[in-house]
Design a protein around this ligand. Structure first.
Ligand code: FAD
Ligand code: NAP
Ligand code: SF4
Length: 678
C-alpha cells in the first residue's frame, strides 16, 4: 500500500508491544448481528470485508460485561467460556485479512431497555422506561470483576484488545457526572470519587490481561447535557485513565439524551476534532478524533493539524468497506461516502432491526446480497438515473451485464439533486459523485437528455428493462390550487422560484420539513454552515469551560413566517427518522414555525390559505402556499398485458414501483437486489 495523498492517515502507529498498520479506526457500531450466536458467521463476514479493505483497527459493537449491562434484553455478551467460540469466528476472520480488532465492553447502565438496569443513583433516564437501581458497594465490586473477566475472555477469544465504552451517557459516564451521580460515598461527590469506577475498571483489566493487550477507553469530552463535566474534570479523568493503564484514548461527544446533534448530516464535518486536539495536549498516550469524519481528506487534515493521533470513523465503514484501500491507492473519488442520514444504521438499531446502510445495502448482509458475475450476461436497459436506477445499473454492470442507463435530464441523481439543496443535506452530493464514477468504472452506457418511450424499449433488443422513473408530485384537489400563489416543492427547490416572507406549507412529511428548513435558511450564512455558526445555533461551547460544554444558543432571527400543515391529527414529524427527526423539529420550532395538525384545506385565494382547524375557520394570510403533499408513481413506461407476453422482461423499482413511504434507502436496496438477481 502506498502512502501518497494521505501520509499521516496511512502511517503506522507503534504502540510499543504492537503496531497498527495505519491511523484509521473503524469505530464501534451495534449491527444487531452480535446479539445472536447464529449470526456470528454473518458478523465475521462483515468484519472480514472491512479488514480486507485495509482499516487499521476495528472495534466491535458493544458487548455487555454482565446481564445488568445489557442494552437490550438478551444483547451480546462475553460472560462465559462458551461465548468465546462465537467471538473466535470474528477475530479469525479479521486476522486472516491482516487486521486488528478490539471488542467493546459496553455497560448501558440506565440506558438499558430491560428491567435489570443499574446506575450510580436511582435516576431514570429520559430515553428508557426502566428506573435503575443504584449499585451497592458490593455491586460495584462485582461490576469491576465482570469487566475484568470480560476482558480476559476477549483475550482468549483472540481480540487484540478491548475498548471500554465510557461516553455517550452509558454507565461509566453516569458515574462520572453529577447529573446522574448523587452518591455521597467514595464513588460520588468530587471528581476523584466520581472517576473511581472507570479508573478501577481499567486498573483491574490491565492487571488481568497483562501489558501487551490494547486497552482503549472512549472518553466523553463534551457531555452536552446539564450537569455534565467541566473541561478540568474531563482532563483529570483522562490523566487518571492514562495512569491506570489505558493504551489509547478514544473520544465521544454528547449523551444519547443530549439535545444537541453530534452525528447527523447537518453537523459540520469534523466538528469536534479541535476538542480532541485540546485533550491531546494534556496526555501522552494516543488520542483519537471522532464524530462526523467521513472522507480521507478530512481525516488527514485532523492528523496534520495535530488534533489527534488516530481518526475513528464508524458509519463510513458501513457505506464502504474499501474506504482505506481506495484512499491509499489514489481512488478517493471511488469512495461511497456516508451521508450521515442514520436511516439504515442508527434508526434500525433503535428499532431493534439489523443495521445496514442507505448507500450500501450490502452492509451487514455480505453473505446474502452478493454481486456475483453472471454466467449468462443479459442486455439490460435501466430508465431513470435516480438512486434506484443508479444502483440497479451499477450492480447489474458489476455482475457482468451489458447495461444502458437512460435519463431525460442532463445529469444523474434524480431527486437527490433536489435533496442536496436542503441546508444540512449537502452530503447527498457525494452519493451522486460516487455513482457517477461507478458508472464509468463499471462501463454502463449512459444516455442523458433522452426521455425514452415504451416503443423504444420494446424495440431496443433488451433482455430486461428496469423502470426506475420515480414519481410525479401530487397536486391535491383544493379550490384555488391553480392560483399563482401556489408553488410545488420542485418550483421552490429546483426552479428556484422566489418565495415571499409569509408561507404556508401543505404537507408535513420529510419534504415539508425540508422545505421549511430551506425557506428558513439565513442567506448571510453560506452552506454548508461554518462550524462557529453551527455551534452558536446549537449552544455548543467548543472552546470548553462550561459544564457539559453547553452555552445558551443564539436567538434566531427567522427570515420567514412559516405555517407547516397536515390533515392528520398526530404530532407533526412523527414519521421522520428516530435519530434525526427531533433535529428537524427543533430547527423549525426555534424559528417560530407554526405547526398545525388536523387541518382541513378549504380554498386558496388572493388573501391566502383558508383552513379549518379544530372546527374553527381560519385565514392564513400568506404570500405563497408550497405544496409538499407526497407523490404518485410514474409508471407510463410499463407495457400493456399484451406487450408483456413477448419481448423483454419489465421490472419496476424505487418510486416507480411504489411512491408511498418511498425513500432512497428502499430505492437503492431494490435496485441492488433486482440487479443481483437478474
Ligand atoms: P427519482 O430520484 O425520482 O429518479 C427518477 C429519475 O427518472 C429521474 O432522474 C427522472 O429524470 C428520470 N425519468 C423519469 N421518467 C423518465 C423517462 N420517461 N425517460 C428517462 N428518464 C426518466 N430520501 C431519503 O431517503 N432521505 C432523505 O433525506 C431524503 N430527502 C429528500 C429531500 C428532498 C427535498 C427530496 C425531493 C427527496 C428526498 N428524499 C430523501 C427522497 C429520495 O430522493 C427519493 O426517495 C429517491 O430519489 C427515489 O429514487 P428513484 O430512483 O426511485 O426516483
Ligand atoms: P410523505 O412523507 O408521504 O408526506 C406527504 C405529506 O403530504 C404528509 O404530511 C401528508 O399528510 C400530506 N398529504 C398527502 N396527501 C395529501 C393530500 N391529498 N392533500 C393534502 N396533503 C396531503 O412524502 P414527502 O414529504 O413528499 O416525502 C417523500 C419521501 O421522501 C418520503 O417517503 C420520505 O421518506 C422521503 N424523505 C425522507 C426524508 C428524511 O429526512 N428521511 C426527507 C425528505 C424526504 P396528511 O395526509 O396528514 O395531510
Ligand atoms: Fe451513513 Fe446513512 Fe449509511 Fe448510516 S445509513 S452509514 S448514516 S449513509
Amino acid at each position: 500500500m502506498t502512502t501518497t495523498g494521505y501520509p499521516h492517515l496511512l502511517a503506522p502507529l507503534n504502540l510499543g508491544f504492537t503496531t497498527l498498520r495505519n491511523r484509521v479506526i473503524m469505530g464501534s457500531m451495534h449491527t444487531g448481528l452480535e446479539d445472536r450466536f447464529y449470526n456470528y458467521g454473518k458478523l465475521a463476514a462483515f468484519y472480514r470485508e472491512r479488514a480486507r479493505g485495509g482499516v487499521g483497527l476495528i472495534v466491535t459493537g458493544g458487548i455487555s460485561p454482565n446481564r445488568s449491562g445489557w442494552l437490550l434484553p438478551f444483547g451480546g455478551t462475553l460472560n462465559f467460556k462458551g461465548d468465546v467460540i462465537n467471538h473466535r469466528r470474528v477475530t479469525n476472520a479479521v486476522h486472516e485479512e491482516g487486521g486488528k480488532i478490539l471488542m467493546q465492553i459496553l455497560h448501558a447502565g440506565r440506558y438499558g431497555y430491560q428491567p435489570f438496569v443499574v446506575s450510580a443513583s436511582e435516576k431514570k433516564s429520559p430515553i428508557s422506561p426502566f428506573k435503575p437501581r443504584a449499585l451497592s458497594e458490593a455491586g460495584i465490586e462485582q461490576t469491576i470483576r465482570d469487566y475484568a473477566r470480560c476482558a480476559k475472555l476477549a483475550r482468549q477469544a483472540g481480540y487484540d484488545g478491548i475498548e471500554v465504552m465510557g461516553s455517550e451517557g452509558y454507565l461509566l459516564n453516569q458515574f462520572l457526572c453529577v447529573r446522574t451521580n448523587m452518591r455521597n460515598d467514595r464513588w460520588g461527590g468530587s471528581i476523584e470519587n466520581r472517576m473511581r469506577l472507570p479508573v478501577e475498571i481499567v486498573k483491574r483489566i490491565r492487571a488481568t490481561v497483562g501489558p501487551d493487550f490494547i486497552i482503549m477507553y472512549r472518553h466523553s469530552l463534551l457531555d452536552l447535557v446539564d450537569g455534565g463535566n467541566t473541561w478540568d474534570d474531563t482532563v483529570a479523568v483522562a490523566k487518571g485513565l492514562q495512569h491506570a493503564g489505558v493504551t489509547i484514548l478514544n473520544t465521544g461527544f454528547g449523551w444519547h439524551e443530549a439535545r444537541v446533534p453530534t452525528i447527523v448530516t447537518s453537523v459540520p464535518r469534523g466538528a469536534f476534532a479541535s476538542v480532541a486536539g485540546r485533550l491531546r495536549r494534556e496526555v501522552s498516550i494516543p488520542v483519537v478524533a471522532s464524530n462526523r469524519i467521513n472522507m480521507p481528506q478530512d481525516a488527514e487534515g485532523i492528523l496534520l493539524r495535530g488534533e489527534a493521533d488516530m481518526v475513528s470513523m464508524a458509519r463510513p465503514f458501513l457505506a464502504d468497506a474499501e474506504f482505506v484501500v481506495k484512499a491509499a491507492t489514489g481512488r478517493s473519488d471511488e469512495i461511497n461516502t456516508c451521508i450521515g442520514c442514520n436511516q439504515a444504521c442508527l434508526d434500525h438499531t433503535f428499532a431493534n432491526k439489523r443495521a445496514s446502510c442507505l448507500v450500501n445495502p450490502r452492509a451487514c448482509h455480505e453473505t446474502e446480497l452478493v454481486y456475483a458475475k453472471s454466467a449468462k450476461p443479459r442486455r439490460v436497459a435501466v430508465v431513470g438515473a435516480g438512486p434506484a436506477g443508479l444502483s440497479a445499473a451499477t450492480v447489474a454492470a458489476e455482475c457482468g451485464h451489458d447495461v444502458t442507463l437512460f435519463d431525460s435530464s442532463d445529469s444523474v441523481g434524480g431527486q437527490f439533486k433536489i435533496a442536496m439543496q436542503i441546508p444540512g443535506k449537502e452530503e447527498f452530493a457525494e452519493t451522486i459523485r460516487y455513482f457517477r464514477r461507478k458508472l464509468d468504472l463499471t462501463g454502463v452506457e449512459l444516455k442523458l437528455g433522452q426521455r425514452v418511450t415504451r416503443e423504444q424499449l420494446l424495440a431496443g433488443g433488451f433482455d430486461d428493462v428496469i423502470i426506475a422513473t420515480g414519481i410525479k408530485v401530487r397536486r391535491p384537489p383544493i379550490e384555488g390550487i391553480d392560483h399563482p400563489k401556489v408553488l410545488s416543492y420542485i418550483d421552490v427547490l429546483q426552479k428556484k422560484v422566489p418565495v415571499g416572507k409569509r408561507v404556508a406549507i401543505i404537507g408535513a412529511g420529510g419534504i415539508g420539513f425540508d422545505v421549511g428548513e430551506y425557506l428558513l435558511h439565513d442567506p448571510r450564512h453560506p452552506l454548508p454552515l461554518a462550524l462557529d455558526v453551527w455551534a452558536k445555533e446549537w449552544g455548543v461551547d467548543l472552546a470548553g469551560g462550561t459544564s457539559g460544554g453547553l452555552i445558551t444558543p443564539a436567538a434566531p432571527e427567522p427570515v420567514r413566517q412559516i405555517y407547516l400543515l397536515q390533515r392528520k391529527t398526530s404530532k407533526l414529524g412523527a414519521g421522520l427518522g428516530k435519530t434525526s427527526g427531533w433535529v428537524h423539529r427543533a430547527v423549525l420550532a426555534r424559528n417560530g414555525v407554526v405547526m398545525l395538525s388536523g387541518v382541513q384545506y378549504n380554498k386558496i385565494d388572493d388573501h391566502g390559505l383558508h383552513v379549518t382547524v379544530g372546527g374553527e375557520e381560519r385565514l392564513l394570510a400568506v404570500d405563497h402556499v408550497v405544496v409538499c403533499a407526497g407523490q404518485d408513481s410514474l409508471t407510463e413506461l410499463m407495457p400493456s398485458e399484451e406487450e408483456a407476453k413477448s419481448g423483454p422482461r419489465f421490472h419496476k423499482i424505487g418510486g416507480a414501483a411504489l411512491a408511498a413511504e418511498l425513500d432512497a434507502k428502499r430505492a437503492i436496496r431494490e435496485g441492488a437486489e433486482l440487479a443481483a438477481s437478474l
